[in-house]
Design a protein around this ligand. Structure first.
Ligand code: AMP
Length: 184
């Protein structure tokens, strides 16, 4: 799914239902950036410019997460990865294949509106939208933050990148593809 297509929400519901470990490369990368690690330092500039972080950096991070005991025991749901032909091929070459591949299709206008209005509560992790899902009270409203890549220009660029890369990834998984059309 594209930025703000609802991937995060769907993933939370799926892992709850099936007991899987949710591995979101966007979340992992943001954690690396805020802890100031080497990976975070390499990734930050790309993320701030709405560009993909180099394949090798992300793949190493994902492979290391996939090898941890909780993932081996409970199984995994990858969110936001693979996002390029090279990333899909890296998984294939390691014989790491999902059982199912879910593609969320959302019209561009919906996606732009959802991104530009998106706000995050750093205390609870809950996601709000200025118009569609405003915070419950003033206290929450005052502490909401905006992702630095959720500006109009950066979202446009992320959508273009998404289109190019999803076209590159889908053929690898055409036998496992489940396409869902979503209108918000
Ligand atoms: P997301 O939260 O999934 O929208 O990801 C936020 C940003 O993290 C993206 O705009 C990219 O800069 C970076 N990112 C996340 N996943 C990947 C990936 N699989 N490959 C490269 N960059 C990624």
């Amino acid at each position: 799914g594209a930025p703000a297509s609802g991937k995060g929400t769907q993933c939370r519901m799926i892992v709850e239902k099936y007991g899987l470990v949710h591995i979101s490369t966007g979340d992992l990368l943001r954690a690396e950036v805020s802890s100031g690690t080497d990976i975070g330092k390499k990734a930050k500039e790309y993320m701030d410019n709405g560009m993909l972080v180099p394949d090798q950096v992300v793949t190493d991070m994902v492979v290391s997460r996939l090898s941890q005991p909780d993932v081996r025991e409970r199984g995994w749901l990858l969110d936001g990865y693979p996002r390029s032909y090279a990333q899909a091929q890296s998984l294939e070459s390691m014989k790491i294949r999902p059982d199912i591949f879910i593609l969320l299709e959302v019209p561009d206008d919906n996606l732009i509106d959802r991104c530009v209005g998106r706000r995050l509560d750093p205390v609870t992790g809950k996601i709000y939208h200025v118009k569609n899902f405003p915070p419950e009270n003033e206290e929450i409203s005052a502490r909401l933050t905006t992702r630095s890549d959720d500006t109009f220009e950066k979202v446009k660029s992320r959508l273009e990148t998404y289109k190019q890369n999803s076209e590159a990834v889908i053929p690898t998984y055409s036998d496992l593809l489940n396409q869902v059309l979503v209108y918000f």
